[in-house]
Design a protein around this ligand. Structure first.
Ligand SMILES: [Zn+2]
Length: 159
């Protein structure tokens, strides 16, 4: 550890805001032959429907709000179009990654699903969002759980 080349490991997932999970998933399936084994989940608490599948090594998440004033509905309404909502990057050490980014002027963004700033537990790992975007794309960082942490946090719901 130490240099900036150690901050980031790989892309954990790319999350898209879509009007219709079914329509978008069908397009991936018919045009590209991916997502044929997608998991489609309706998360009642978060009020979203999400399709999760892999394109090569990268997980795609297609997110549709169940309500007109939901998180992804609002995002689409504000931009006037569907699109790439955020990219989640896996980091080996989220505290070190945030410290490094903040030393460069980054600020923490509220996790709208959890109402928390900075690193906090999500179903798959410790997650944080940055206020700063890269080319209009929101940045999420995730320190993916070890098997022990996964067991410890298995009751956490959501995405
Ligand atoms: Zn959260």
């Amino acid at each position: 550890m130490g240099g900036k080349e150690d901050i980031l490991s790989y892309i954990k997932h790319m999350a898209f805001a879509v009007k219709s999970v079914d329509d978008t998933l069908k397009r991936y399936q018919t045009l590209l032959g991916v997502g044929l084994d997608a998991r489609v989940v309706t998360a009642e608490v978060a009020r979203i429907k999400v399709a999760i599948f892999n394109v090569g090594e990268i997980e795609y998440q297609l997110n549709e709000s169940l309500d007109a004033d939901g998180r992804f509905s609002q995002w689409i309404a504000e931009r006037g179009t569907e699109g790439l909502h955020h990219i989640c990057y896996a980091v080996p050490d989220i505290d070190a990654a945030l410290e490094s980014a903040q030393a460069e002027g980054a600020t923490l963004k509220l996790c709208s699903a959890c109402n928390v700033f900075g690193s906090h537990p999500h179903p798959e790992g410790y997650v944080a969002f940055l206020e700063q975007e890269t080319g209009g794309i929101e940045l999420e960082l995730m320190q993916v759980y070890t098997p022990e942490e996964l067991e410890q946090y298995k009751s956490i719901r959501g995405i």
